[in-house]
Design a protein around this ligand. Sequence first.
Ligand code: TXA
Ligand code: MG
Length: 339
Amino acid sequence: MLTTAPADLQTAAAMINKGQVVAFPTETVYGLGADATNESAVKKVFAAKHRPADNPLIVTVASVEMVQRFVEVIPAQAQKLIDAFWPGSLTIIMEYIPGKLSPIVTGGLPTVAFRLPASPVTREVIALADTPIVGPSANTSGKPSPTTAQHVWHDMHGKIAGIIDDGATRVGVESTVIDMTTEIPTILRPGAVTQEELEAVIGTVNSEHRKVGADETPKAPGMKYRHYAPDVPVYMVTDDNWQRAIIWAQQQLEPVGIMATDEVIKANHLAGMDYVWSLGDGVSAANAKLFAGLRYFDDRNEITTILVQRFADEGIGLAYNNRLGKAASGQFWTATDFM
Ligand code: TXA
Ligand code: MG
């Protein structure tokens, strides 16, 4: 475990330069870092995550200059997004100069995803290493993304060289991914930067994630895999169903995990009870607490089912519902099916 002390950041940068894998904090989730220009280092990231080779990695940079090393020119619209949202939770897909990046990084695509995270610690490490780092979430493929260094350790110990611990992440769900190579820019993954905020800067934006059905191939290869999933079934619960869902949960012979807002917890007299995980006071807090709660119950082997609060499909609720929907394989708890 590395700290955020300058000497440890130097150590982390040296590890990156030696081709080792180091987990790093961002404001969204922890990432697995390795020199994006070093093929054998990047291969170690795929191996540590058990990640399918056709799923391209994000290239994490510390400055716009690092993006310029790989692209002919940053398109004007992309530049507007950079000015408005970087450093921050937006990943921008652009075309790169053929040959400038390994097909191992890009999954053989002619496009690459760039991200400049808000975390000063990580920007410092990348700047010290003077090379962009690949940055997939630091979880085993298919599991919830890590929002603490302990989550990373749980999935990665023995497999990587180090973890930089900067405490719990603030946002809690991964960055918004926008493809700037389509005629109309397209959101491939919803995140903390919303469609409305993007449209205020660059005009009309499509959102791929709203229409991808089970049989279609999503544009972001990563979105097609089962994801964020504990080993036991997860069901989404809407506000109007909580009361009945809790009665059902209490009737089960095996314990059921409940992840709900403080309001729901209070209204149903669940405060302080075992098997209850607070999602805080609203959707923003819930984003920050969702993955940790799924991991918490996943590690408690007596839990057989997890019930989780669903939010309205608007603003950052879209990012939350997208991740929860994958964890739950789209299943809702309804009185008709369960009681
Ligand atoms: O917040 C985040 O973005 C975190 C932190 C660590 O930076 N990283 C992250 O990376 O979530 P990852 O690899 O778990 O997710 C990246 C997503 C995947 O769904 C991947 O398929 C997609 O972006 N992606 C990457 N490059 C792409 C490309 N050239 N075209 C389309 N999709 C791409
Ligand atoms: Mg991921």
